[in-house]
Design a protein around this ligand. Sequence first.
Ligand code: ADP
Ligand code: MG
Length: 417
Amino acid sequence: QVVNYAPFTLLPSAVPRALFEQAYAVQQDFNLLVDAVSQNKEFLEQTLASAIKVDDFTARLFRIYKQVLEEGLAQTVFLGINRSDYMFDCGLEGAAALRQIEINTIAASFGGLTSRTADVHRKAGDPARSMWSVYGFNDVLGISSSAVVMFLVEEVQRNIFDQRCVENELWNRNIRVVRKRFQDVFEQGSLDASRRLYMDGQEVAVVYYREGYVPQVYDEQNWEARLLLERSRAVKCPDIATQLAGTKKVQQELSRQGTLEKLLPGHPEAIARIRATFAGLYSLDEGEEGDRIAATAIADPDRFVLKPQREGGGNNLYGEELREVLEKIKDSPERTSYILMDKIKPQPALNYLLRAHSPLQVSECISELGIFGVYVRQGRELVLNQAAGHLLRTKAIEHADGGVAAGVAVLDTPYLV
Ligand code: ADP
Ligand code: MG
């Protein structure tokens, strides 16, 4: 194996202070919303019904969700670590607007490395007044001294040093950490009569998924391992319902008039803050509404992004490709496994992207701001709800899609203006 430095910008990127503060201010609302969606069986069922019919991966996740609900959940504590991502849309006239790209409810990465990025920029001699919060766990989990936190990881983990930052925070609090793959869980995992989770005799208090959001990692054994973890009494970060709450289909349904009001009754201010960050999102479900937006997108593909129910970058379709695919599936049920979204058009700025083995050259760049959200629910009560730091990723404008892991974006620091 080869160790490379994580890619980063030479200079911090300008971020409007007002939008940065707006993104922090809405994070606790998004924590509340994700958690509310994860507890709303009727909403998840209705929202995902069309996608499940044509998308096997979402269907498999949903099957586990139903199965653990039918059995009855063994744990009443829920830990969420999500990241809500935004771009700054500059539209036709006037000031830029904060627009949510998506919310990541599983394996929301770079909480570790981002807490070091500002130091890199300071050491690079730049006087930028940067700010960030250290991302960490709180002690409210009440973990018994012998049980461990299990990081669920890939065999080969390119982003291991980001995870080590989080792991070190736990070791510093005398919480023991083990790193395991789905295959290890299949081979060594077991539940006792009260559904406590054991790995080779070692009790596991928390399962922290940094893996499990792409279909390719799941063979039948790994699906079985996932079911075992979900059935267990261990705290899951995230539990399967919260993973489903992070699907693109749910994001699109949340933007429909009246949905937020149903999910967060009694929170009109939170709803207003959340809605202010939404871009245009459109269902491609069968029927007139879907027919109409499909036709609009085929006629003017550069206005939209076509998104399937996938995570991890590189799955979305743009421009000519969007037109071709939509043209092909517009009269088939397959269309319902996608959503359409307005394309955000940020103002580009010049920067240097530093990446191992790539020549240094100035590029026209755009940035995406992520805010980390952390919450813990015990039964029905949120005992912790925080905005817990931020991440700025910057990429050259010629790439429509893709994050840092996909080799497109690099780590950056917001320079507030
Ligand atoms: P994934 O789950 O694969 O990360 P995203 O929805 O975050 O999916 O999209 C991946 C990338 O595509 C984003 O990081 C962003 O660069 C770009 N992108 C996504 N949606 C839009 C949009 N509406 N407008 C402009 N760019 C977008
Ligand atoms: Mg993303």
